[in-house]
Ligand binder design. Structure first.
Ligand code: ZN
Length: 312
């Protein structure tokens, strides 16, 4: 893969390669017709887990285990449970939340519910993106049963893409949230900074990351987070790419940041360790057993593209 192709590659959890048909979400007749289509596929989500089956047991690869509209309706908790994901090659794709069931697998035998992070890299990219899309939407539905403005109940509308306040005096529309976080590889010459976060019990080295605050540009957020976490001042900050991160509802905005100082002082509540790594040390990680961020993460992409020289 050439340097330019590498830079243009879509990150995992994006690339569903589907028409989201957003103008049709409010067209109730069109939605009804799609649900009646024998081709329609339904992606179930259960308590933030996704439904998959083994594609190849030996190779540990997975594929989405789809339901028919009929099967999904039989398991639904009444009402209008379908969320429209989109359409591809004339096939409509929906999702349904089955969290009300205690044992969903007893009712649907051909798959299993798993955490997306546990199977992420073992899915085709387009399927990983669909699971991320559905998981993110249902997480938002689950956390927004009441209007943030007046406290009344909200209801799902626009094929699951809006929650409307049911109070006639309020009627506020609430839209799905995705919260921006910056993630950055700090580098200087042939070295970069990686950190072992307290969230990971075993030493795994990854890039720094943090949430964007109100009234702050992305570049400012990068500089602030780097200084807070490792005490380094950064100069040039360059955007690389982004990645939907439905754990639970973020979009990761990836950067490379050039260090202007080298002394590290870690934020101990969040990090176990942070240090400078030589480019060669990272390039040889597989041989030396140095554990880096997961292969499907934007963190790894930022590291790999810097190590291979696609980013200078
Ligand atoms: Zn309200």
């Amino acid at each position: 893969m050439g340097a330019e192709q590498k830079m243009n590659r879509v990150n995992f959890y994006a690339g569903a390669d589907m028409d989201r048909v957003s103008p049709l979400r409010r067209d109730v007749d069109w939605i009804t017709d799609q649900l009646a289509s024998p081709e329609a596929r339904v992606l179930p989500v259960w308590r933030e887990k996704n439904f998959v089956s083994f594609l190849d047991q030996g190779a540990e690869s997975f594929e989405i285990a789809w339901l028919t509209v009929g099967d999904a309706s039989a398991l639904a908790n009444g009402g209008d449970p379908f969320v429209l994901l989109g359409e591809k090659n004339g096939i409509p794709y929906f999702a349904i939340d089955l969290s009300h069931l205690d044992e969903p697998e007893a009712a649907v035998l051909h798959g299993t519910f798993v955490g997306l992070r546990d199977v992420g890299g073992a899915l085709a990219q387009s399927e990983g993106a669909l699971l991320s899309y559905a998981k993110g939407l249902f997480h938002w539905h689950d956390r927004n049963p009441f209007c943030a403005r007046c406290g009344s109940a909200t209801m799902s509308t626009s094929a699951g893409h809006v929650r409307l306040c049911t109070n006639a005096d309020c009627k506020t529309s609430h839209f799905p949230r995705t919260d921006p976080a910056v993630i950055m590889l700090v580098h200087r010459g042939d070295r970069c900074v990686l950190a072992h976060n307290r969230r990971n019990h075993l030493p795994m080295y990854s890039t720094l990351a943090g949430f964007v605050e109100p009234g702050e540009s992305l570049e400012e957020a990068v500089a602030r987070e780097v200084h807070e976490e490792v005490g380094i001042r950064v100069g040039r900050v360059r955007y690389h790419s982004s990645q939907p991160w439905p754990f639970p509802g973020n979009i990761m905005l990836g950067f490379h940041a050039e260090a202007e100082s080298t002394e590290i002082a870690i934020e101990e509540e969040e990090l176990v360790e942070a240090r400078w790594f030589e480019r060669a040390e990272i390039a040889n990680a597989a041989e030396t057993g140095l554990k880096l961020s997961r292969s499907e993460s934007i963190s790894r992409r930022l590291i790999d593209d810097w190590v291979s020289g696609a980013v200078t």
